[in-house]
Design a protein around this ligand. Structure first.
Ligand code: GLP
Length: 531
């Protein structure tokens, strides 16, 4: 089975329509097998558009639909007969006599099924079969525990399908309890099959299709016996259950994702020794693997990863083969990336910047970290890419940095830098409210600083102005180099919300979209799951 994963439903619909169009270019008198349901709607829309633009011609095409409810009147708004007329046939130049849909009005369904199967054969068989997939794995209306050798037949719908399809009817009582459907054997006779799956509600069944063996309880898995199947799905449908692990100096966080839904999250204290860290991650992973049927996990770790080996200053990892060790112990497919990169990916997929292609995440904490996403992919290199806290914003006279350079951005704009500057300013101006608040608190910290700022302290205002100026210059430089759609800010300082954003926007000389992270410290584990 060839698998194409698309960013979203629109891309899926475009790709599927292109495959149908290629089929018609190669064989203008193709016999198409068509599906209903919401999934192929976008494909049909694209086909109508392509026809209107003169790209494809349906004059010689013949079609056979997979199924029809039984009994149902053709003019019922939910009949598949009406669906096809409304959504495809009325928009293209197909001859009505060339379209075939099982007759839901017949008094003799057995004869109708036989005649339908015969007609498919007489027209040369299906060249390209489009399929959707039910949440329980049905294809057409071939429900679980399907008969492998079935041709077109009358079938009872399962409760699951009645419930799922009741969204189109006034109530579930109105959903017909039976349907006429091509059988598995009819479907597998098609020369080529195009299976479409969209949305998180399909991620479980797509996971079963891809990871489980062939079995009649998930009818779609029978497609694996066919030599030419293309599965096109969007990211939501493709995901399945995934585990994300974010290793921090204090805590290790875990997140289980299905589609784009967070099923579970937890954290444990980070042990001191590397062996204990590995054991703690593996024990939790194995426990969650069983509970959530997880197939893959992503791990975010501080430090650098070169050729699969992790080296982190604040964790006991020195050229440590983290990916290999955890994969061996858990039996899962594992990917490892830098924690800030994972957080950036988390922001792109789950945060406020879902609509973006390119973002930069700036985490303002003890230092400044970050991740760069371009074209929805993490930017990597083998040389510490993304250390945005260490670009030099002030030359020779710049402040000394822990990295050995002078004038690194984080020396001006990390939370540590802000607190240090506030402390210095307070010491210098012992008359100030900032000084008073510092004395009351026993030390300077972020909360004390913002308290004095809120109270209108001029000394605090001066410190903040300086801070915002450097923050703005740094962001502008990043935007000049990378041209992202948005810059996402995370970390304790961003809790200030508008108190940070307003002066920042006022200081910025460029038109830049700034977002404050809605995920904050959860972004790492969420992004790791999606690696
Ligand atoms: C119906 C159809 C199937 C279709 C399925 C999924 O039951 N008989 O052919 O694949 O629904 O529909 P949807 O694409 O709306 O999820």
């Amino acid at each position: 089975m060839r698998i194409i994963v698309c960013k979203n439903y629109d891309e899926l619909s475009e790709k599927a329509a292109n495959i149908v169009a290629s089929q018609l270019t190669l064989k203008p008198d193709s016999v198409l097998g068509l599906a209903t349901g919401s999934t192929p709607l976008g494909t049909y829309k694209n086909l109508v558009k392509m026809y209107n633009e003169g790209e494809i011609d349906f004059s010689a095409v013949k079609t056979f639909n997979l199924d029809e409810y039984y009994p149902i009147k053709k003019d019922n708004s939910q009949s598949y007969d009406k669906f096809m007329k409304d959504n495809l046939f009325s928009g293209i130049n197909i001859k009505p006599e060339n379209t075939h849909i099982p007759d839901g009005e017949t008094d003799n369904p057995t004869a109708e099924c036989e005649a339908y199967e015969k007609a498919i054969k007489e027209n040369g068989g299906i060249d390209l079969q489009i399929l959707g997939i039910g949440q329980n794995g049905h294809i057409g209306f071939n429900e679980p525990d399907v008969n492998l050798n079935s041709f077109t037949h009358l079938t009872n719908l399962t409760e699951n399908t009645i419930k799922a399809n009741s969204r189109f009817f006034a109530s579930s009582d109105e959903v017909p309890r039976q349907a006429i459907t091509m059988g598995i054997a009819s479907i597998l006779k098609a020369r080529k099959i195009l299976l479409l799956a969209s949305g998180a509600n399909k991620s479980r069944v797509v996971g079963e299709l891809l990871n489980d063996g062939i079995n009649t309880s998930v009818p779609a898995t029978l497609l694996k016996t066919h030599p030419d199947v293309v599965l096109i799905c969007d990211e939501d449908a493709y995901s399945g259950s995934k585990l994300g692990v974010d290793i921090g100096g204090t805590n290790i966080k875990f997140a289980v994702i299905e589609g784009k839904n967070l099923l579970f999250k937890c954290k444990i204290k980070t042990p001191e020794k590397s062996d204990d860290i590995i054991n703690a991650i593996c024990d939790k992973t194995i426990e969650l693997k069983k509970e959530y049927n997880i197939k893959s996990a992503g791990i975010g770790t501080p430090g650098t990863i070169k050729n699969g080996l992790v080296t982190a200053d604040n964790l006991p990892f020195d050229d440590f083969p983290l990916e290999k060790v955890i994969a061996e112990k858990t039996g899962l497919y594992i990917s490892v990336d830098n924690d800030a990169n994972c957080a950036a990916l988390g922001e792109l997929i789950f945060g406020n910047t879902k609509d973006c292609e390119h973002i930069i995440l700036v985490t303002i904490g003890t230092g400044i970290g970050g991740g760069i996403i371009m074209n929805r992919q993490i930017c990597h290199s083998n040389n510490n890419m993304g250390e945005i806290g260490h670009f030099i914003i002030q030359s020779e006279k710049g402040r000394e940095c822990t990295c050995g350079q002078k004038g690194c951005w984080e020396q001006y704009c990390s939370a540590t830098a802000l607190v240090k500057d506030a402390e210095k300013a307070a010491e210098k101006d012992t008359e100030s409210l900032l000084y008073k608040r510092m004395r009351e608190n026993g030390k300077m910290d972020g909360e004390t600083f913002f308290k004095a700022l809120d109270e209108g302290c001029k000394t605090a205002e001066k410190v903040y102005k300086h801070y915002i100026k450097y923050l703005a210059r740094g962001i502008e430089s990043l935007v000049n180099i990378f041209g992202p759609d948005a810059v996402v800010l995370a970390g304790g300082v961003t809790q200030q919300g508008d108190k940070l954003l307003k002066p920042l926007y006022a200081e910025l000389k460029k038109d830049i979209r700034i977002e404050i992270s809605s995920l904050q410290s959860d972004a790492g584990a969420l992004g790791a799951a999606m690696l």
